[in-house]
Each structure stands twice: as C-alpha cells, then as structure tokens.
Ligand binder design. Structure first.
Ligand code: GLU
Length: 440
C-alpha cells in the first residue's frame, strides 16, 4: 500500500488536500481491493484516482469601475462510469486544482452512495464573491459560462451550486448557458422553482445530514430530540441543517463565519433561521451582524468547537475541524462528529473521533444535496414536478440506505462500525464494477 501511495504522491506533488482524500480511501479499500483479483487485474484503484478530464480556462470580467480582472476557472470531470459527470461549482478565493480534484474524487464516491445514476465532477473559480456587487457577480458568472457551456449537457455534465454559488448565481449561469446553446434542458440543478428546480433542493444537504444523524442515533436507541448541536458556517448547508434540527426538536447552539462564531443558548430557531439567508445575500461573508441583530455573544476569530454539545456538525469548508478541536469536543461530552462540509475534518481529527466517539464522513452525511439534484434531473427529464412530501420521503429513504450501506461495509465481527470505511467501500464497489464492465 505504501508503494502504491508513494506513486500517487509523486504524480500529484503539492496537492495536499487531494492526497489527504486519496489516502483515506486507499487505506479503507485496500484489503477489499486485494481480496478481489479482478480489481487488481484492471488496476482499478489507480484508474479511479485519475480524473477522466480536467478543463482549465481564463475568466475575464469587468468590475463596476470598468477595470478588467482575470480569474481561473476549472471543471474536473472525474468519473463517468455510473452516469454523467455531476457535482457543484465553487466560487471561493481558496479554489485551486488540488481542492477541486479532492472534491471531484469525493463526489464520485458520494454520488455512487446515493444509488442514483450520477458520475463525479467538481468545478469552480478562484473568484471570491465577498464584497462584490450583484452586477459584478452577474458579469463573472456570464464570463465563466461563456467557456464552460461547451463542456456541459444534460447527459454529459450537470453542475450545481457549492460554496459561493447559490440560487442567484445558478440563475445567471443557467441563463447564459441557455442563450449560448439555444436549448432549455435540465443542465443545472439547484435551479429556482420557477424554471425547473426541485422542491427541497436548497434545504437538501442540511436535511439529509440531520436524517443521517437520526439514523446513527436510532441505532444507538436514542432520539435527536433535545440534543445540542454545534454547527459551523451560516450558508446553505448550515441553514438546512438548522431548519431540520428544529423540526425534530434539537437545539442549534452555534453558527460561524470566517470572522468568528456566535453562541445562542436558546437555540437558532424561527426568524433567526430566516435571517441566515439575509446574511448570505449581503455578500460580506461574516456572521457578526447576526450576533448584533439578536443580541448574542460573538467570539471573534474563534471556531465553535469549544462549546459543550452532543453533536458537532462542521458545515463550512474542508479541514475546518482539527485534532485539538476534536479532542476538545470529545472532552466536553460530544458523542458524534458528522461532516456536513466536504472533508470538514483533518485526517487526524477524523481518526481520533472515529476511535473515541462516532465519526461520520462528508461523502455519506452530506450526500442529500446531490441526491435531490439527482431527483431534479429525473423530474426535468420526465417534465414533471414531484411534491415536497414526495421529495422529502425519497430523501429520507436515500439517507437511510446510505447509512445502511455504511453499516454493511463498515461493521467488524465485534459489531463496531467504522462509518468512513463503510462509506468508502460501498461507494467504491459500484464505480469499480461499472468501470470493469465498460473496460475503462
Ligand atoms: N456541491 C454539492 C456537493 O458537494 C452538491 C452537488 C450537486 O448537487 O451536484 O455535494
């Protein structure tokens, strides 16, 4: 395994986040890989690690003062063994090839876990919407799509939102796509309801994460009602999770931004949840105004992981919870760390949490978002619109099945479940079998 990983590291030098994601998967599937000679014959592990195609392009755009800026756009079309490329678009200053490769790689396994026919992809740009005007964001989206459109198609590659890309940006991107292709198809998911978006899509990642936690608790004979949840972030994922946590009687005690975190003893509920949307639309990317608005304590420059909670739900960005954070949470009685963000925990944090308490990985916990994207694609293809109830029931079933797959592939003879191992093997098998069948 070491020799294999050394080769991958040599080939992908300085791509730390990508290596982190690959190492986790290889460590987990290695025994399974060795037990199946057909996988080795097809060199399937090396093939699955290599993206099928990477597109890199220039994105010029003009600011409100008339000055031209140049950003770098990407689309990593990772794997199309089980369906067309599918995954979000991220606009954030941190975007570079390494993190889009890790995100595309993770997406391939995540999409496989949903059981829907979607391959893996990720895209984005090193463009930060922070402090930009609405018109600047529109011009950026239009320029981005003027290149990307030629690589997309409803049966080829279907993007969606991610950090920095919500309903507004998807509107601008989809509008330009339609104009350039003269074609109205479901080539984007996360669209607004008026033009083909699905019920529940904006809430789906957060809802799915809470359903997944519910399954973990049910297996322990517990309920989510009355549990205290510490959430990081205040964007789409955190918003959906806060809504569903409230529906089910849990209490969300923190939210955070790049500027610090807020602590809400009474719980984030009612109008405070709606205010999260207002905050996002300011384009400022800070959570402090929330503390001012509701007269709550704000901890500048700090992360919420020092607070006593039953469940920690990182919902902002990769590697936002490190070893010290995990140790502090465990010491304070937290019994579940579930990643709603993609690779929200560092490798060390994930390992400690998996050993001491329950750790659930992003590719399983946050799969509800892309799962409802898959349902949006189906509705668009069939030209129908499922009700809120129908989507919510389907989402619940999908999350339950993902949980069951993790248990099936991740439980040892003593009955201990390793959710990371379970998610990785379950996600791997379907993609590997499809690649072998297609001799890819
Ligand atoms: N960006 C989301 C994710 O990380 C959703 C992707 C999609 O719906 O295609 O899974």
């Amino acid at each position: 395994m070491k020799k294999f990983l050394d080769k991958i590291k040599e080939k992908n030098k300085e791509e730390d986040e990508f290596i982190q994601a690959v190492e986790e998967v290889v460590e987990n599937v290695w025994d399974y890989y060795l037990e199946n000679p057909i996988y080795q014959k097809h060199n399937i592990l090396e093939a699955i690690i290599e993206p099928e195609r990477v597109i890199i392009f220039r994105v010029p755009w003009v600011d409100d003062q008339g000055k031209m800026h140049i950003n770098r756009g990407y689309r990593v079309e990772y794997n199309s063994a089980i369906g067309p490329y599918k995954g979000g678009i991220r606009f954030h200053a941190s975007v570079k090839l390494s993190n889009l490769k890790f995100l595309g790689f993770e997406q391939t396994f995540k999409n496989s876990l949903t059981s829907l026919p979607m391959g893996g992809a990720k895209g984005g740009a090193d463009f930060s919407p922070r402090g930009k005007s609405d018109n600047e964001i529109m011009r950026f989206c239009h320029s981005f799509m003027q290149e990307l459109y030629r690589h997309l198609g409803e049966n080829t590659d279907i993007p969606a939102g991610d950090i920095g890309v919500g309903a507004r940006e998807i509107g601008y991107l989809f509008g330009m796509y339609k104009k350039l292709k003269n074609d109205f198809t479901g080539v984007f998911t996360g669209k607004a309801r008026e033009y083909g978006g699905s019920q529940i899509r904006p809430e789906a990642t957060g809802y799915g994460a809470i359903y997944f936690i519910n399954e973990i608790l049910a297996r322990k004979g517990q309920a989510i009602k009355g549990k205290k949840i510490a959430i990081s972030g205040f964007g789409n994922v955190a918003w959906g999770a806060a809504k569903k946590a409230n529906h089910l009687g849990a209490k969300v005690i923190t939210l955070s931004g790049p500027d610090g975190y807020i602590y809400d003893k009474e719980g984030v509920s009612g109008e405070k949840i709606d205010y999260m949307l207002t905050l996002r639309n300011t384009n400022l990317d800070i959570v402090e105004p929330y503390a001012k608005q509701f007269n709550l304590p704000f901890f500048k420059g700090e992360k919420p992981w020092k607070e006593k909670c039953d469940i920690a739900l990182p919902s902002a960005i990769q590697n936002e919870l490190n070893r010290e954070d995990a140790e502090c949470l465990i010491k304070n009685g937290c019994s579940i760390i579930a990643e709603a963000s993609n690779m929200g925990c560092t490798a060390e944090a994930a390992k400690i949490a998996a050993k001491e308490i329950i750790f659930a990985p992003g590719k399983a916990v946050n799969a509800g978002g892309v799962a409802v994207s898959g349902l949006e694609m189906s509705q668009n293809s069939m030209r129908i619109d499922w009700t809120r109830n129908e989507i919510e029931e389907k989402l619940k079933t999908i999350m339950k099945n993902i949980h069951n797959s993790c248990v099936k592939f991740g439980t040892d003879l003593n009955g201990n479940t390793d959710y990371v191992k379970g998610a990785n093997i379950a996600g791997f098998v379907k993609v590997a079998e499809a690649m072998i069948a297609q001799k890819e």
